[in-house]
Design a protein around this ligand. Structure first.
Ligand code: NAI
Length: 480
């Protein structure tokens, strides 16, 4: 605590550097800056206490300060142990008008290279407001904040936190331990928090998937807005963001020439499409693996070979997972990969790669090359290079998506926060999407910033295709 602000960051003296990058990012984030202008005298988030769990990057700093500009109080943690940019975290704590000695910003609990217990400590801290207050909004990426609240409530109702099984994933054991300690302190803590929460806005495919599962089971405790499936989020961030940040991560991690190499991309959804384009753009020969015939056919039409991982492992110099699924690359696959082949994941969780199995593989040795780059040497002497310990490598080895595309995503986040905070009574405990009109608004701002000029419909044309001159221009079932 300094100057009344709680925080846990790597080094507050990095704030000046962070502030300079935030200043540059603001210009590249026209969506967020337009929302600041639009609501400059209205403060629609006044009274909002937002607990945010999302990669603590420079771009997120601009998001946080936009929420504050709109009247919210905010506490923040990262949603991944490697994704924090320490200078951004420091700058957010210090705030635009504070100093290192007298910070005047936002409580942040995030640093690059957290352990799992530290990560869940930070998540809990971000949800724990001072003076008996509770958050009334969650902004989530991947659903960890939402998960902690839901599990906390469930175990409070059951009166006990279940014991972990030996074969449970390490992270699950940490979550149970965190909740056990928390319940011992206050047996109704998560229930009290859940009662206050008006809603959650969720950033990514994997978190949205969890929300739909909760809603289908009738267990969702508050309404949710699926930000990911705004067109101006998933069709831009997941695709064009990845197109930029995937090779950025590979380059910073390895500096291996991508041109001429064979790269396998597992999954051809939005992220996979961006990943394949990113690697092809560098001159790699890209092979796609898919389970869905539609996405597989899309890959084929886009000119990629579609194959099974087992059948192409012998050729692959780079293997990247983008599926949001688990056990996609098993330890048996890893053992068959070429010498010094690069393996990385860009899906939300690290369970796409069997990292636990790799660590247990008889005779395997891990040589740390530098932070977030490990060479794993098999007993036969051949090795593979694993990026970010199997966690999303674009944020672990590089700095994630660039500002402009995050401005699209985060403009949707801010709009969704305003919507749920101000109109929560109109929403049931289900998962909603933002109306297309707002999607088009976000797109319009960013297209204008790029100097794009739209053609205006005539009244007759609008009638002919049965839309309003001012939009929305497509029916909800249109897929883009
Ligand atoms: P998506 O659902 O559009 O694509 C995933 C694709 O993987 C689907 O086409 C699915 O059929 C395929 N798939 C599933 N299991 C497979 C398997 N065993 N083998 C091969 N293919 C398989 O999802 P999206 O939006 O592309 O997101 C993917 C993941 O990336 C999610 O976890 C999401 O949260 C994460 N994400 C990460 C970002 C980052 O910056 N690293 C940015 C955006 C999303």
């Amino acid at each position: 605590v300094r100057n009344g602000i709680e925080f846990a960051v790597a080094d507050l003296s990095l704030a000046e550097f962070g502030r300079k990058e935030i200043r540059l990012a603001e210009h590249e984030m026209p969506g967020l800056m337009a929302l600041r202008r639009e609501y400059s005298e209205v403060y629609p988030l006044r009274g909002a206490r937002i607990s945010g769990s999302l990669h603590m990057t420079v771009q997120t700093a601009v998001l946080i300060e936009t929420l504050v500009a709109l009247g919210a109080e905010v506490r923040w943690a990262s949603c991944n142990i490697f994704s924090t940019q320490d200078h951004a975290a420091a700058a957010v704590v210090v705030g635009p008008h504070g100093t290192v000695d007298e910070p005047a910003g936002v409580p942040v609990f995030a640093w690059k290279g957290e352990t799992l217990p530290e990560y869940w400590w930070a998540t809990e801290k971000m949800l724990t407001w001072p003076e008996g207050q509770a958050p009334n909004m969650i902004l989530d990426d991947g659903g960890d904040a939402t998960l902690l609240v839901h599990k906390g409530v469930a175990y409070e109702q059951a009166g006990v936190v279940p014991a972990a099984h030996d074969d449970d994933p390490e992270e699950w054991k940490v979550i149970l331990e965190t909740l056990r300690a928390s319940l011992a302190e206050d047996a109704t803590r998560w229930t009290k928090i859940a009662e206050q929460i008006r809603g959650v806005t969720e950033e990514t495919t994997t978190g949205v998937h969890r929300l739909y599962q909760l809603a289908a089971a009738g267990e969702l405790l508050f309404p949710a807005i699926n930000v990911n499936d705004s067109v101006t989020k998933s069709k831009f961030d997941n695709r064009y963001g990845i197109r930029h940040s995937l090779i950025d991560g590979i380059n910073r991690g390895t500096d291996v020439l991508i041109g001429g190499k064979v790269a396998v991309v597992c999954g051809y959804g939005d992220v996979g499409k961006g990943a394949a384009e990113s690697l092809r753009g560098q001159g790699a020969r890209v092979i796609i693996t898919e389970i869905d015939p539609i996405c597989g056919l899309q890959a084929a039409m886009d000119g990629y070979q579609v194959a099974r991982l087992e059948d192409v492992l012998g050729q692959a110099d780079i293997v990247i997972t983008t599926t949001g699924n688990k056990d996609v690359v098993t330890v048996e696959h890893m053992a068959q990969m070429k010498h010094q082949a690069i393996l990385g994941n860009i899906g939300h969780f690290d369970n796409e790669l069997d990292m636990a199995g790799l660590a247990r593989y008889p005779g395997v040795r891990r040589i740390n090359i530098k932070p977030q780059v490990d060479e794993w040497v098999f007993p036969d002497g051949h090795s593979i290079i694993v990026l970010s310990e199997g966690r999303l490598l674009n944020l672990g080895n590089a700095t994630g998506h660039p500002s402009f595309v995050m401005s699209c995503s985060f403009a949707n986040q801010v709009i969704a926060q305003i919507e749920l905070f101000t109109k929560h009574k109109e929403y049931d405990r289900e998962v909603f999407r933002l109306p297309k009109k707002l999607d088009e608004k976000v797109a319009r701002i960013h297209l204008e910033a790029l100097g794009g000029e739209l053609t205006k419909l005539t009244k007759e044309q609008a009638e002919y295709i049965d839309v309003d001159v001012e939009g929305p221009y497509k029916p909800d079932h249109y897929r883009y």
